[in-house]
Design a protein around this ligand. Structure first.
Ligand SMILES: *Cc1c(COP(=O)(O)O)cnc(C)c1O
Length: 434
């Protein structure tokens, strides 16, 4: 499998380089050279396969022999080891629950798969790989859980002290082993600045093999296409199937476009956003105007310049008309999101989180003029991840799943770090030079 950069379609790199590097040198994004349709018998007979088998077949098709079958099977089966159940609200509306992984959000699929793929591609190298990540809370948990106990890889997570929720902090600080949490006396931006400086620091890069677990790594996107097939499989009588995707950086939606290119019969995509609505605005006006993000209750979607927009444009030949034919955009305020949460509880007795509720509103609006469709909303996180807002809006608290409740009382272990690059650098040199 070869990949090109969205900024240069004439130069290709192999999959292993793309995964270990993350970003092309020209600051574009890596894209698969080919995304070809799967055999129609496979799509027609999805019901005969387990989620792991589907994931393996889709991945094998995309990778096109780059990794030997047995090795690929191990990687996929190990990464995709939790389900993605479809819940029926009514004959038109379904919810795809993507929160059954360790950190209770869909990012577990990408993080677990990327960890195993990086470890596999790096195993010929004796020297360990050190992954640096700055987190404002959400990505860190998935990355920590994803790379936990991965051979040959150590992870250093920087987070702003006192500025992440209790459960988020517990997800970062209680694993131990190859995961180290640096609690920085500063903001998320300070954490990010230190990570950026480290990658440019020759004293560090000549002594430690540093890489990032960036969210735009192609290895995080690929497994997100698997669950579109899994959702389709679970529909009793699939016809006129549409997918509604609560979006921030648009990785999930881009992965859906991959699934569609691989032959999954998807009639329409719905891009659902909160007030950070640059993509819905683009779809209606043809003008892409990025801007600083604003804070909302669906905060994992507070993105003002979505990084995967370049990939979406690439897939539609940089043509507005093509994109708006396949993707419909809708955006909602926090008030509308909250009324969506209440409505889903009142009508369907289902507790949906704020991100999923944005999707619910969008699907409902779309189906007012397109009633003859079956819509699947991607529920991107478990409602208990956003406990204070869910409790405030719905009046009572969702049940916290055992795997999250379990870590609530575990002993926190973090390394308190001054907001000073030289202190951070000293720490890395003292602890990570082989
Ligand atoms: C990351 C995230 C999103 C946004 O997903 P994108 O792929 O960036 O569009 C939505 N919901 C939750 C809960 C998330 O964590």
């Amino acid at each position: 499998m070869k990949l090109y950069s969205t900024k240069n379609k004439t130069q290709f790199v192999d999959l292993d380089r793309a995964v270990l590097k993350g970003l092309p040198d020209d600051n574009g994004l890596f894209m698969p050279e080919y995304i070809r349709p799967l055999p129609t018998e496979f799509i027609q007979n999805l019901k005969d396969y387990s989620f792991q088998e589907i994931s393996y077949k889709v991945c094998q098709h995309l990778f096109n022999g780059f990794i030997p079958d047995n090795d690929l099977k191990d990687i996929v089966y190990d990464a995709i080891n939790f389900p993605a159940p479809l819940v029926k609200l009514d004959n038109q509306k379904y919810i795809l629950e993507l929160f059954h992984g360790p950190s209770l959000a869909f990012k577990d699929f990408g993080a677990r798969f990327m960890a195993r793929l990086m470890s596999y591609f790096d195993k010929k190298n004796d020297e360990e790989l050190v992954i640096l990540v700055a987190t404002s809370g959400d990505t860190g948990g998935a990355v920590a859980a994803g790379f936990y106990q991965t051979p040959g890889i150590r992870v250093v997570i920087l987070y702003p002290s006192g500025k992440v929720s209790h459960l988020q902090e517990q997800q970062l600080t209680t694993l131990g082993h190859n995961i180290t949490a640096l609690e920085v006396d500063g903001t998320f931006d300070d954490c990010q600045a230190m990570v950026k400086e480290a990658f440019l620091d020759k004293d560090l890069t000549s002594n430690i093999r540093l890489t990032s677990a960036n969210s735009i790594n192609i290895a995080r996107l690929i497994p997100q296409s698997f669950y579109y097939f899994e959702a389709y499989k679970q529909l009793e009588n699939p016809s006129n199937v549409i997918f509604c995707i609560p979006s921030g950086n648009f990785g999930n939606l881009t992965a859906g476009l991959f699934a569609s290119k691989m032959g999954l019969p998807i009639k329409q995509f719905i891009a659902a956003t909160n007030d950070n609505n640059v993509v819905p605005s683009y779809l209606s006006s043809g003008e892409y105007v990025p801007r600083p993000s604003t804070r909302t209750i669906s905060n994992a979607m507070d993105v003002g310049n979505p990084s995967n927009f370049a990939r979406m444009q690439d897939l539609f030949g940089f043509t507005w008309n093509n994109m708006k034919q396949e993707i419909s955009g809708f955006s909602y305020t926090d008030k509308e999101t909250e009324s969506g949460m209440k409505e889903v509880l009142d009508h369907y007795n289902y507790v949906i989180d704020p991100h999923g509720a944005v999707g619910y509103r969008a699907l409902k609006e779309y189906q007012e003029t397109n009633p003859d469709t079956q819509g699947v909303i991607l529920e991107t996180a478990h409602p208990s991840k956003f406990l204070p807002d869910v409790e405030r809006v719905l009046g009572n608290a969702p049940v916290v799943p055992e795997r999250l409740a379990e870590i609530a009382d575990k002993k926190k272990e973090s390394v308190f770090t001054e907001n000073d690059y030289s202190v951070f650098k000293r720490y890395l040199l003292d602890n990570y030079v082989g």
